[in-house]
Design a binder for this molecule. Structure first.
Ligand code: DON
Length: 572
């Protein structure tokens, strides 16, 4: 919760015409995806058009929360793998006075949910039901979360934050190579007719350079613009969602939608070598795990080991292994389970976890009775800082790429498959990776455990960086390494984002290292220590912002791993 007064200013009406001009014909906006340095505000996201929409809000006098909301709605149009109004996520805010807060708009289970809901008629667990059916859809939280953030901390008029996205959906935007390819693959595999209709021309995939419009989505967004969250959780949109649920055997009713509430929560905080780290509390596991790992690693001179040396990777992997075991054992929605956040994020607990880290020998992960369920790799993270230094870190998702793949007929947006983040069922723990432990089982209105870790770093009362990433459980480790790159290795924000990353998640017991992430000699040394090493692939998309400690400039650093990412400055 915000701990002291934040002065609200009178709401400003942003000039809609300006917003429309900047976004309705995005092909006229020069596509520069590089690093942006400015003393005005910045938005960095996985889709440069959405960054531009947010930057326009900053330029017109909106604050960072306003820009984050506008960017989020624009991503729902331009980044359909993860941008959404049919999903959920988290927002961490740091105010210019150093206070902070968090908005939880994670999806929740419908009232009819129960722990055995993914067992078929023979009592067998069905991964298909858990991850790909209408039962996999959680009650969406994004629109309620944006409205809550706006009511508490926004300054611009609500309609002006949605208008540009209505125009983008209505008039369309030009598809990049990457997006056209991704949408064509989605359309080729989805069994849902409404999804094919929304994202193709009568079944013919769009190609790069074509303009894609989304008229039903434009109408849903217009209802949100005109009626706020009521325009989503009641009335026509709610009726269309509930009707699709009935048609497809899902559980969400109009009552579930009407009862959804976003929550303001106290962020998880920690300190690391004199820096303050502010991150997301449960139902995310991210903040707790990141602070646990930082506390473990604080005892080591990581800088002298060398970035991505065998010794460094070994110590990171051992910290990760331990934090992920704790995650599986304790983390869940704290409104339903007793999560010992204070204990897990304490320095004493880290000392206890550290006691059996051998400097040159890998530990072994024991499956015992706790294993982790599989997660997919599609989510999106964006960062906003305004000219006053208000910082907003947002990670939100549909869970899988394109979520459940179900577009609500007549409403034009994709529904999440976030129920897959609940455990499989009571006692269902298997070598194949299912988990059946109690805290994170599906219960009516419980929120499913998440790894999303929107985070903010400060030092001596000054903002240092806004960080986060998509990538399922790799999110936690990507965010950890962004912080280590800044603090231990003195990297600039763009260097910290570009640097190669590693991942260990306790089980399976192996280190994954991005392609070219370390030397062959270091890999050999890690294997001699007893680690299993897997090389290759990309980890995350950490669209971040830093404050240059020498000049005080705000630096937007889109992740070069994402072809359409971009940072945009809000002109004053
Ligand atoms: O909330 C979570 O942790 C997952 N549903 C996020 C999924 C994800 O990050 C996939 N990513 N790229």
């Amino acid at each position: 919760m915000l701990r002291s007064g934040f002065n609200r200013r009178t709401r400003v009406a942003l000039p809609v015409v300006f917003l429309l001009a900047a976004t309705a014909a995005p092909s006229v906006v020069a596509q520069d995806r590089g690093v942006v340095r400015t003393d005005a505000g910045v938005v960095a996201s996985q889709q440069w058009i959405a960054s531009q929409v947010g930057a326009d809000v900053l330029a017109a006098g909106g604050n960072a929360v306003d820009a984050a909301i506008a960017t989020g709605f624009a991503l729902a149009v331009t980044h359909p793998t993860a941008g959404n109004i049919g999903g959920g996520g988290f927002m961490v805010i740091r105010f210019p006075n150093g206070q902070s807060t968090a908005i939880d708009f994670r999806e929740k289970a419908p009232l009819a949910a129960h722990p055995e809901m993914w067992l078929d008629e023979n009592g067998e667990y069905s991964s298909e039901m858990h991850h790909r059916s209408h039962l996999a859809v959680g009650v969406p939280g994004t629109v309620a979360g944006f409205e809550k953030a706006h009511t508490l901390y926004g300054e611009a008029q609500w309609a002006s934050l949605v208008d540009a996205s209505v125009a983008l959906a209505e008039e369309g935007f030009v598809l990049s190579d990457a997006l056209a390819g991704s949408i064509a693959r989605f359309v080729g595999r989805t069994p849902h007719e409404a999804s094919v209709q929304a994202y193709s021309r009568e079944g013919t995939p769009y190609v790069a350079g074509e303009t894609m419009s989304l008229p039903d989505l434009a109408r849903s967004l217009a209802r949100i613009r005109d009626q706020g969250a009521d325009g989503f959780y009641s009335g026509e949109t709610a009726r269309l969602i509930a009707s699709e649920m009935r048609r497809g055997g899902g559980m969400i009713t109009e009552e579930d939608l009407a009862r959804y509430r976003a929550r303001e929560r106290t962020p998880v905080t920690g300190t690391y070598r004199g820096y303050d780290v502010i991150s997301m509390p449960p139902p995310s596991s991210g903040g707790v795990a990141i602070v646990t790992m930082l506390n473990i690693l604080e005892a080591y001179d990581l800088a002298s080991m060398g970035h991505n040396s065998a010794e460094y990777i070994h110590h990171l992997a051992e910290a990760m292994r331990r934090a992920f075991r704790e995650r599986a054992a304790y983390l869940a929605d704290s409104d339903f389970a007793d999560v010992p956040v204070q204990r897990l994020t304490g320095k004493e607990h880290a000392a206890w976890l550290r006691r059996n880290i051998h400097p040159e020998r890998a530990s072994v992960s024991h499956p015992s009775d706790v294993m982790l369920p599989p997660e997919s790799m599609q989510t999106t993270h964006y960062s906003v800082v305004d000219a006053d230094g208000m910082a907003v870190s947002v990670t939100y998702t549909l869970e899988s790429g394109y979520g459940s793949g179900i577009v609500v007929p007549g409403a034009g947006f994709l529904l999440n498959n976030e129920m897959g983040d609940f455990n499989a069922g009571p006692g269902i723990t298997s070598e194949s990776g299912l988990i059946g432990t109690k805290p994170n089982l599906a219960r009516p209105e419980q929120r499913m455990l998440s790894s999303m870790s929107p985070s903010i770093v400060a030092r001596d009362g000054e903002l240092v960086a806004v960080v986060g990433s998509p990538g399922g459980r790799t999110i936690i480790n990507t965010t950890l390494q962004l912080i280590l790159n800044i603090v231990d290795f003195g990297m600039s924000i763009d260097e910290a984002v570009a640097a190669r990353r590693i991942h260990h998640q306790w089980l399976p017991d192996r280190i994954r290292i991005e392609a070219d992430g370390t030397s062959p000699a270091a890999i050999q040394r890690l294997e001699e220590m007893g680690h299993t090493v897997q090389m290759g692939g990309q980890q995350g998309s950490a669209n971040s912002i830093g404050v240059d400690p020498r000049t005080g400039e705000i630096v937007g650093a889109p992740d070069p791993r994402s072809p359409d990412s971009g940072a945009r400055a809000g002109r004053r």
